[in-house]
Design a protein around this ligand. Structure first.
Ligand code: PFF
Length: 453
């Protein structure tokens, strides 16, 4: 029996709108901010290679699985698992997803706030003077230690996210993504050309593309896998939620391919911007979360019309962050709307507010709470670590097991081919979703467990 979509919840208007919104969720700080700095800290090329393998054998099949569960049920993650296997523990995957969305958005909003602050700094020209990366780094360090500013921009970013989510699926989310995503690509290509033509850029290209396998260990593989889940927005039901606003006739398999390719392209392009620039300026690639914020202003200030490029770049980064943040909030909000029968406005205001409050200690992690560490990590790093490296991969693995073995690939396959959309790589998908994806994630955890004793 086919369930027809519940139009009252909201629906995507066009096929392109859905693909861009899902890409908007995938492409964000994960690609532009996190990918370069984790790659830099974990050996460059070898990390990139493991990351790409994770995308192909784990990310791609799980994304299709999430879209399928979403469109089949037209529900939030909790409701979706509940509908397919009522009253079982599998519903727990949905709850884990809502929790992950909650935790991720709390620190994501902080970094989103940093990007907004950098748009303002570019507009007021206060970055033009930073001809050296050391000066740009000092500006960044003093900014993130400034409690008032960090919280102000964090609040602004969360406010914008909430304003778009209140407007709902088509009017808010889809419209915003339509224009923003294509502009981002053009901008990155311009920056890449600039970075590659700097003196000494080739050293960076080598670090980025040449895999030095001696740098690989269990921890690096876990991070690469966590990053694959984070970057593709998988493992917490964001793609279930976005799939739930789809009319039946959408071709899920090609949508999955587009979103995965687009997300990977943006991350790879961003590496091609950052590493040539880092090496050309004689910096260390291991600079951590401040990497993008301290390297790029220095690149911009040495460019003709650099301040305009800077405004556009940080503007786009803020927007890319926003289109991801809306999907994080949408997961939490959809749960309260579907399961708890709250109105959209109430769900957004209450949950957005609580998430903002939880984000405050993350925002202060580089300032007032710098020395407040647990397991050797700041509050910010702990939340990021729990959500990105554990909740998402575990959620993704359980989703794969659920679709591959519990709900079953047959009904999933039927759902994918609804309205006669052809599924050319069905055999590959069925194999990886049942065997490869769950085993790969489990193995990475086991290796990690034995490696750390
Ligand atoms: N994929 C986003 C990024 O790369 O920035 C982050 C994210 C959004 C993760 C939504 C998870 C999610 F559900």
């Amino acid at each position: 029996m086919m369930t027809e979509p519940n139009h009252k919840r909201g629906l995507w208007k066009t096929r392109m709108g859905f693909i861009l919104a899902a890409s908007g969720s995938a492409v964000g700080l994960g690609n532009v901010w996190k990918f370069p700095y984790i790659t830099g800290q974990n050996g460059g090329g070898a990390f990139v290679l493991v990351y790409l393998i994770c995308i192909a054998v784990v990310g791609l099949p799980i994304m299709l699985a999430e879209f399928t569960v979403g469109r089949k049920t037209n529900l939030n993650p909790v409701g979706a698992f509940q509908q397919l296997k009522p009253g079982t523990l599998w519903v727990g995957i949905g709850f884990m997803g809502v929790l992950a969305g909650f935790l991720i958005l709390s620190f994501y909003g902080v970094v989103g706030g940093w990007t907004l602050a950098y748009v303002v700094k570019s507009l007021t020209l206060s970055m033009e003077q930073f001809t050296s990366p050391t000066a740009a780094g000092a500006l960044f360090d003093s900014f993130i230690a400034n409690t008032g500013q960090v919280i102000l921009y964090h609040a602004l970013f969360m406010g914008l996210t909430m304003a778009i989510v209140i407007k709902g699926v088509h009017g808010g989310i889809e419209k915003a993504c339509d224009i923003l995503m294509p502009t981002l690509v053009v901008m990155l290509v311009i920056l890449m050309i600039r970075a590659l033509t700097l003196d000494g850029a080739m050293e960076g290209v080598k670090f980025y593309l040449y895999p030095d396998f001696s740098k690989l260990n269990g921890q690096v593989v876990l991070l690469a896998m966590g990053q694959a889940f984070f970057s593709l927005s998988l493992g917490m039901g964001a793609m279930i939620t976005y799939g739930s606003y789809l009319p039946g006739k959408e071709n899920l398999t090609s949508a999955t391919l587009y979103v995965v390719l687009f997300d990977t392209l943006i991350a790879l392009l961003m590496g091609m911007v950052i590493f040539p620039a880092v090496f050309a300026m004689g910096l260390e690639p291991t600079g951590g979360p401040g990497l993008v914020f301290s390297v790029l202003p220095a690149v911009f200030s040495g460019m003709p019309f650099g301040w305009i490029v800077s405004i556009i770049f940080f503007g786009l980064l803020a927007i890319a962050a926003l289109t991801s943040a809306i999907s994080l909030l949408e997961v939490v909000v959809a749960y309260f709307i579907d399961q708890k029968k709250w109105g959209r406005k109430k769900a957004v205001l209450v949950m957005g507010g609580v998430i903002f409050a939880l984000g405050i200690p993350s925002g202060l992690s580089e300032g007032l709470l710098k020395d407040f560490k647990l397991f050797g990590m700041t509050f910010f790093e702990n939340i990021d670590n729990i959500a990105s490296n554990y909740l998402l991969p575990i959620g993704g693995m359980l989703t794969a097991v659920f679709v591959g073995w519990v709900w079953g690939t047959k009904p999933a396959h039927q759902e994918i081919e609804r309205h006669e959309t052809p599924f050319h790589w069905a055999a590959y998908w069925e194999f990886v979703i049942r065997y490869v994806a769950p085993v790969a994630v489990a193995m990475v955890f086991l290796t990690q467990f034995f490696a750390t004793g």
